[in-house]
Design a protein around this ligand. Structure first.
Ligand SMILES: [Zn+2]
Length: 112
């Protein structure tokens, strides 16, 4: 297994754990609000729950996006297209892959 593959798999595991933990938080908030029967508009606790929900939802969305990027990078590793720019089909710089192992485009295309 290559270094980058190991790193991507470790990242994927960490992201899956994060998603599981965020989903647990989410369930807690949902259960809490169901039992509390709060009015989101006027109850200060309702506002906190709404805020918590929004925060967890945003973190979950980010984590899922991240997971999709990682899965995609792993698929490209298997296909042999990893490290090749999606747009110009030139190799992506090593430094860029080091900083962003899930990069799909070279620095030139990414900044274009
Ligand atoms: Zn490119």
């Amino acid at each position: 297994m290559t270094t980058v593959e190991k790193r991507l798999i470790a990242d994927r595991d960490a992201t899956l754990e994060l998603i599981a933990s965020l989903s647990g938080d989410w369930d807690g908030v949902v259960r809490g609000s169901a039992y509390a029967n709060v009015d989101d508009e006027h109850d200060p606790e309702g506002a906190t729950i709404a805020y918590e929900r929004a925060r967890i939802e945003a973190s979950l969305a980010r984590a899922r996006e991240n997971l999709a990027d990682i899965e995609d990078a792993l698929r490209r590793l298997r296909d042999g297209t990893y490290g090749v720019c999606e747009r110009c089909e030139k190799p992506i710089g090593e430094g860029r892959l080091e900083a962003r192992p899930t990069a799909r485009t070279c620095i030139t295309c990414a900044s274009a």
